[in-house]
Design a protein. Structure first.
Lengths: 185, 797
């Protein structure tokens, strides 16, 4: 029997495949069907204490650990009336350059206060370079119920040790902590 | 293996020791820790510092010595013949001892590294890794202290982090002579402290931060600003005085974040003063950012070509009637460019770098004895001197590294220091110096008297001893006859003569020929051979150079010129500042090359912005005559130097002085070198006859004052000396004045009210700071040192 021309044989493959089960998933339509695994290394987040103060102390250990030199941090003094974190020091400038980050998570391991963690968010595409340098505002965790936007004082009667010991569970009920700050001045 | 520098060491000086089974011969008396260092064995240490006396306070450097039952501190034991030493490399005993000490040090040490400025360059971190154990066994509660406490407005102390090494206290006591820091309490409570009423306001306090082996001492200025791995470091030279300190400038993202003293054994050793360390924010403040030209009476920004064109036309229109005032803060290369530009492009010799008290006598003194002279006397000469006599010069305020050297020489090498001065200052006491009381203005007379036959002035005899040095300050220019007397005194006694200016650029400007009558290298303008050497290099005919020496002094130069170039001049430095401003405000073309906005740039016709020294490379020449080159630290506002601007101006005027680039200028200066021919003779001005009666004003500028380059540094200013009048008890009593009370000092031109302190001051003399907050003698009193003033009790009526 004479061989079919190869071009026609090729179409046979196409024809047969048309009746097979589809393995491709539609993105972004069906993205919700396959959430990333819980430990997936996604975009970073700068966490807050229960009263809204920032956990980052601007120590630069994350920047030091980063093999891709993706992080830029500048520390500063918490001052009277200008407190962003418990204790003496906070991160005044915080940037992660997602054009550089390789999502290795070494920064997370380095952070002494658990200020820096990673979310599962992986949709980090853009059409320009500048927008891929995330600043502190982009990275800070949103305020949850009971949190007050810094700057404000520590919860009255508490020191930074109490924060680290997990004793602070929210801003004071006597209005916001900002109000407390005002009262105490 | 023999460790000995050079082969001059005779056999008897050397001893045989065995370190880690290696035989070495080392000079007798060497510390074990140094021997190990030279062999490349690093023994961990905290308290040991090569420039401080050993104390063996931290016990980190324990080593084993054969035949000695217990481990011994390597930093305090000197080698003896036949000693067998084992370091942690070969001795388990030493290793265990060190790790034990480390464990003790860490017991009470806070886990502070993330918020500690030392993190990343911390000897405790490093040595905990190399000599400590990985995990803590301590389960108790750590000792805590309130943190941080401010021991001065600039220096903060975290007592928890202190390892009680006593480096800071030893520095303050042994080097700076400001023993305000002390180790207090005992045991776990041991801590560094200051007295409640005596903050650590030492001019040298910043050095303790640098030598503290932990982060216990930090500066308000640098706190939390950076980590060592963020910094790009450049070796630089301090621009604040003529001591010539070698510094390291640390830059983060284009901003200077801190400056450290760099190691130069011949000059500043490992120290510097707080002004050099902390005063750098002026770099960013109030800078002129683009060329400005005057239009309809107001300055407006202009492009470089436009501004250069207007400037060139303004200078050309003056047809040689141009004056050049260059201030004392320029680099040697820039001063040379001005010297060349004036002579070649402007055909004028009216150039003077002295924007301060100045006289013709001083110019002649400098031309005869200082300009273009080879190195010396040097810091090493001070170390080796038998006697050093200071006249019109207060090292602690006017050249602080000279104070540190003289203090060490006095304490360790039996150098005797003498000061002919209006007051016995704290600085002189630190040098255990001898005070030769002298009313301000009488310095010339005192020096003259010491030369008279049969004079029994002890300092005169001291100057006759071999190796004696006479150091004169720039202030003597204000006292007629004083520099003549100093020159004669040095000549007649055989003492070496050193001239110590206050600003970093003065000696360089002098050597570069930025003074009328002088070509570069100290060449007299009127000497045919000197003219030929210079004109050959400059590519002009010798007769094209100005024929006669020009005018001297900023005011005569400005008044007689149709156009004036002013660079880096601050009129408040000049007792005749007001006349200078009046002359510049008159009907003449003023071209200002400036870094910062200021009174002179305000009234100029054209302002051209130039780089500050962090933004460019250059050279300062320190008081010894030593060239101190530095590199570019930041890119900053502009990289255009004065030299480059002058080269562009010359082009616009169809003249040529070269490209104005640093390497080219250095090469030219090196080609010219020092003049070896005849010089002008030293001045011979007779001292003014002793004035009768009245209270005399003594004054000089304090190290930390209202200086332009210290602006924007409140923490530094907080460590400055208080503004006060100082008098002797007898003088005060005769006028009914009491210690601590307010007094009013007045002249016909103005008055000042300030508290009075009683101290050792010459009779009928009152001392005031020259330019400090609330007291500026030129602006407020219209006076200069030596003038007669009135002092009455109480405030202004
Ligand atoms: S995940 Fe890795 S690469 Fe990305 S910022 Fe952190 S340390 Fe750097
Ligand atoms: S995120 Fe964590 S590691 Fe990074 S600077 Fe802040 S506290 Fe330090
Ligand atoms: S002194 Fe050194 S070990 Fe101590 S907290 Fe600071 S960086 Fe850490
Ligand atoms: S403060 Fe620093 S230098 Fe001073 S004793 Fe403590 S550790 Fe040593
Ligand atoms: S370094 Fe030797 S005891 Fe401190």
């Amino acid at each position: 029997m004479p061989e079919l021309p190869t071009a026609v044989r090729g179409f046979g493959v196409t024809f047969r495949t048309m009746f097979k089960r589809v393995v491709t998933e539609q993105y972004p339509e069906a993205a919700a069907k396959y959430p990333p695994k819980p430990r997936f290394h996604g975009r970073h987040q700068l966490n807050r204490w229960a009263d809204g103060l920032e956990k980052c102390i601007g120590c630069e250990l994350c920047a030091w650990a980063c093999p891709a030199d993706a992080i830029f941090v500048e520390g500063a003094d918490n001052s009277e009336g200008g407190r962003f974190s418990p204790g003496e020091r906070y991160g005044r400038v915080y940037q992660i350059n997602y054009l550089r980050c390789i999502f290795c998570g070494l920064c997370i391991e380095a952070c002494p206060t658990r200020a820096l963690t990673m979310t599962n968010e992986f949709e980090l595409a853009d059409n320009n370079r500048t927008d891929l340098i995330f600043t502190k505002e982009d990275l800070l965790a949103p305020l949850q119920a009971g949190m007050v936007l810094p700057p404000h004082d520590m919860v009255p009667g508490f020191t930074e040790k109490d924060y680290y010991a997990g004793k602070v569970i929210g801003a004071t009920d006597t209005g916001s902590a900002t109000d407390t700050a005002k009262e105490s001045t | 293996m023999t460790i000995a520098s050079g082969s001059e060491q005779t056999q008897t000086d050397l001893v045989d020791v065995v370190v880690d089974d290696i035989n070495v011969r080392v000079p007798k008396g060497t510390l074990v820790i140094r021997v190990a260092e030279q062999m490349g064995v690093e023994i961990p240490r905290f308290c040991d510092h090569p420039l401080l006396d050993p104390v063996a306070a931290c016990r980190m450097c324990l080593i084993e010595i054969d035949g000695v039952p217990k481990p011994q501190p390597a930093c305090a034991i000197t080698v003896a013949d036949g000693m067998k030493i084992r370091t942690q490399r070969t001795s388990p005993v030493a290793e265990k001892a060190q790790s034990g000490v480390m464990e003790f040090l860490l017991l009470n040490h806070p886990l502070d590294c993330p918020i500690c400025d030392k993190g990343g360059e911390c000897p405790l971190q490093n040595q905990a890794m190399s000599s400590g154990r990985g995990e803590t066994r301590f389960e108790g509660k750590k000792r805590t202290f309130e943190k941080p406490i401010a021991i001065s407005s600039q220096i903060l102390l975290d007592r928890e982090r202190c390892v009680s090494c006593a480096r800071c206290t030893r520095f303050a006591d042994q080097i700076a002579g400001d023993p305000m820091l002390e180790l207090l309490e005992r045991g776990a409570q041991q801590q560094v402290g200051v007295a409640d009423d005596a903050p650590f306001n030492s001019y040298f306090s910043g050095n303790t931060i640098q030598i503290c082996p932990v982060g216990a001492l930090t500066s308000t200025l640098y706190r939390f600003r950076s980590r060592p791995f963020d910094l790009v470091s450049t070796p630089t030279t301090c621009e604040h005085c003529a001591s010539g300190c070698s510094l390291r400038t640390d830059v983060r993202r284009g901003e200077v974040t801190r400056r450290l003293a760099w190691d130069d054994p011949e000059v500043n050793e490992e120290w510097n003063c707080d002004k050099g360390r902390f005063a750098f924010r002026y770099i960013r403040q109030d800078r002129i950012e683009s060329p400005l030209v005057r239009e309809d009476g107001r300055l407006r920004p202009a492009s470089w070509p436009e501004a250069l064109d207007i400037a060139a036309r303004g200078l050309a229109a003056a047809q040689g009637r141009v004056g050049v005032l260059t201030g004392g803060r320029l680099t040697a290369e820039d001063a040379y460019s001005y010297a060349k530009f004036a002579r070649v492009a402007l055909r004028t010799d009216d150039i003077d770098f002295r924007a301060r008290m100045a006289s013709d006598e001083e110019a002649q003194f400098l031309a005869a004895l200082v300009a273009g002279q080879p190195l010396g006397p040097t810091y090493a000469d001070l170390d080796a001197a038998s006697n050093v006599v200071l006249v019109g010069f207060e090292p602690e305020d006017e050249s602080p590294i000279v104070l540190l050297r003289l203090r060490r020489a006095a304490l360790k090498a039996n150098t005797r220091v003498w000061s002919i001065s209006a007051s016995l200052t704290g600085g002189l006491a630190k040098m255990q110096g001898t005070w030769v009381p002298c009313q301000p203005g009488a310095e010339a007379q005192v020096m003259d008297d010491a030369q008279k036959d049969g004079s029994d002035d002890a300092f005169g005899a001291a100057l006759r001893t071999p190796g004696a040095v006479l150091l004169v300050g720039e202030r003597l220019a204000g006292i007629p006859g004083a520099l003549s007397a100093a020159a004669a005194l040095a000549r007649n006694t055989g003492a070496r003569l050193g001239w110590v200016p206050r600003r970093a650029g003065e000696r360089g400007a002098l050597d570069a020929g930025a003074l009328s009558g002088l070509l570069p290298g100290g060449r007299p303008l009127t000497d045919p051979a000197a003219r030929r050497e210079v004109s050959d290099l400059w590519g002009v005919q010798a007769d094209e150079l100005p024929r006669y020496a020009g005018r001297r002094g900023s005011v005569p130069i400005a008044q007689s010129a149709d156009a004036v170039i002013v660079a880096g001049v601050d009129p408040v430095d000049d007792p005749q500042g007001e006349q200078l401003m009046a002359a510049l405000a008159g009907d003449r073309f003023v071209l200002s090359l400036e870094t910062h906005h200021g009174p002179i740039s305000e009234l100029a016709d054209v302002v051209l912005p130039v780089a500050v020294d962090a933004e460019r490379a250059g050279t300062y020449v320190d008081w010894e005559g030593r060239s101190r080159s530095f590199g570019t630290a930041i890119s900053g506002v502009t990289t255009v130097t004065d030299s480059r601007v002058l080269a562009m101006l010359a082009d616009a005027m169809d003249e040529s002085i070269g490209r104005g680039d640093v390497m080219e200028l250095r090469a030219e200066l090196a080609t010219l070198g020092h003049w070896t021919g005849d010089r002008m003779s030293a001045p011979d001005v007779r001292p003014a006859p002793p004035a009768a009666g009245g209270l005399r004003l003594a004054s000089w500028r304090l190290l930390l004052d209202l200086g332009r380059m210290q602006q924007g540094e409140p923490h530094l200013a907080g460590t400055a000396r208080p503004t006060e009048a100082v008098m002797s008890a007898a003088t005060a009593a005769s006028r009914g004045l009491t210690e601590g009370s307010l007094v009013t000092v007045s002249t016909p031109d103005g008055s000042l009210t300030l508290p009075l302190r009683l101290d050792e001051v010459a009779h009928d003399t009152v001392w005031l700071p020259m330019h400090s907050p609330g007291c500026s003698i030129v602006q407020d009193l219209g006076a200069v040192p030596g003038d007669v003033v009135e002092v009455v009790p109480g405030g202004p009526r």
